[in-house]
Design a protein around this ligand. Structure first.
Ligand code: NAD
Ligand code: TYD
Length: 351
């Protein structure tokens, strides 16, 4: 499909910024990106350094809240938006447990606003892509995988808010014929991830010799997806996916949290041998479990693999090395992102 003016919401966040870079630098996309981001603690314009300079005619940024319906409508009409890639969300489960209100507001009402505008501009908006999560399906036992048919059973305020927004997207397709797509993906990791999430938090703490807080028994399982593989999957689905459909995107990399943390410790020990000779695994501290902590996520992505020929390129062992390398090489980015609201969160959350 030809997209001339793509509204990317949340483009200064982790996945959104990787997606904008991917679209501009690695695909044949020739249109314009209109990036709308409220710049919450998780939104960082530095994630897109070089983009506005390198693509002055094809990239526009607006600091704006998707909950501001009038402003969103103006942006849609001013730029004649014909496609929406909707990433903007409050995204961290632990924050949703402490303060769920913002999740309801941004993730549900914000998505509703965008859908309403897309519905009214139905003659020109040819795509509404919602980037969602596998957490809407709840938790798996030891066996089985999430498919697109798995019933929704969200367990955290975050996943409940994403489930609600998925339902709205689906309803706007069924009721109004908005040309929607939903992708439900597993846990992402890679460059530009805010260091409150497991992998960047552990990399930076392990590098600095700080405690590595592992929740509960550390045996919870996530299916890790390298962010660039995710961006490629989104682009594949946008180009070839059937409108109104949902596609699961996974990394084929199920790992227990403790195995992830051990691996990070071992790779860092190899790259930066510890001074006293004591390996970084000694920094691991088991802490009180997260309430409602989902035990296992794992994705069956046969649909996108068979129908659209997408498959993740990175294994966890290749992706984690690239990620560690990126965090070690980007000290200034790390310093800047940790100088703001981050300190308050770490103090509140970890004491
Ligand atoms: P993130 O928290 O890094 O970024 C979210 C971005 O949205 C930030 O730039 C923030 O400023 C912006 N934002 C928040 N509220 C906004 C508002 N009201 N108006 C405009 N902008 C706002 O999140 P992420 O990890 O990049 O996740 C992107 C999307 O992917 C989210 O919808 C998330 O639910 C989904 N997702 C993420 C993962 C993951 O592992 N990170 C996995 C599955 C799905
Ligand atoms: P997280 O990165 O918060 O993603 P999500 O909750 O969306 O899966 O957490 C990934 C896993 O790591 C999850 O099982 C919770 C666990 N975890 C820890 O053990 N310690 C931590 O400090 C964090 C942030 C997460």
């Amino acid at each position: 499909m030809i997209m001339k003016n793509v509204l990317v919401t949340g483009g200064c966040g982790f996945i959104g910024s990787n997606f904008i870079r991917y679209l501009m630098e690695e695909t044949d996309f020739a249109g314009r990106i209109v990036n709308v981001d409220k710049l919450t603690y998780a939104g960082n314009p530095e994630n897109l350094q070089g983009i506005s300079e390198n693509y002055p005619d094809r990239y526009v940024f607006h600091k704006a809240d998707i909950c501001d319906a009038d402003l969103m409508r103006k942006i849609f009409y001013d730029y004649d938006v014909d496609a929406v890639c909707h990433f903007a969300a409050e995204s961290h489960v632990d924050r949703s447990i402490r303060r769920p209100g913002g999740f309801i507001h941004t993730n549900i009402l914000g998505t509703f606003n965008l859908l309403e505008i897309a519905r009214k501009k139905r003659d020109t908006v040819s795509l509404f892509h919602h980037v969602s999560t596998d957490e809407v399906y709840g938790s798996l036992g030891e066996e089985g995988l999430f498919t697109e048919e798995t019933p929704y059973r969200p367990n955290s305020p975050y996943s409940a808010s994403k489930a609600a927004s998925d339902h709205l997207v689906r309803a706007y397709h069924e009721t109004y014929g908005v040309p929607t797509l939903i992708t439900n993906c597993s846990n992402n990791y890679g460059p530009y991830q805010f260091p409150e999430k497991l992998i960047p938090l552990m990399i930076l703490n392990a590098k600095e010799g700080k405690p590595l807080p592992v929740y509960g028994d550390g045996r919870n399982i996530r299916d890790w997806l390298y962010v660039k593989d995710h961006c490629e999957a989104i682009w594949t689905v946008i180009q070839s996916g059937s409108r109104g459909e949902t596609y699961n995107i996974g990394g084929a990399s199920e790992m227990e949290n403790i195995a992830v943390v051990n691996m990070i410790c071992d790779i860092l020990d190899e790259i930066l041998p510890p001074a006293q000779g004591q390996g970084r695994r000694s920094l691991i501290t088991f802490v009180k479990d997260r309430p409602g902590h989902d035990r296992r996520y794992a994705i069956d992505f046969t649909k996108v693999q068979d129908e659209l020929k997408w498959f993740p390129r990175e294994s966890f062992s290749t992706g984690i090395r690239k990620t560690i390398d990126w965090y070690l090489r980007n000290g200034t980015w790390v310093e800047n992102i940790r100088s703001g609201e981050y300190q308050a969160w770490i103090a509140e959350h970890y004491g």
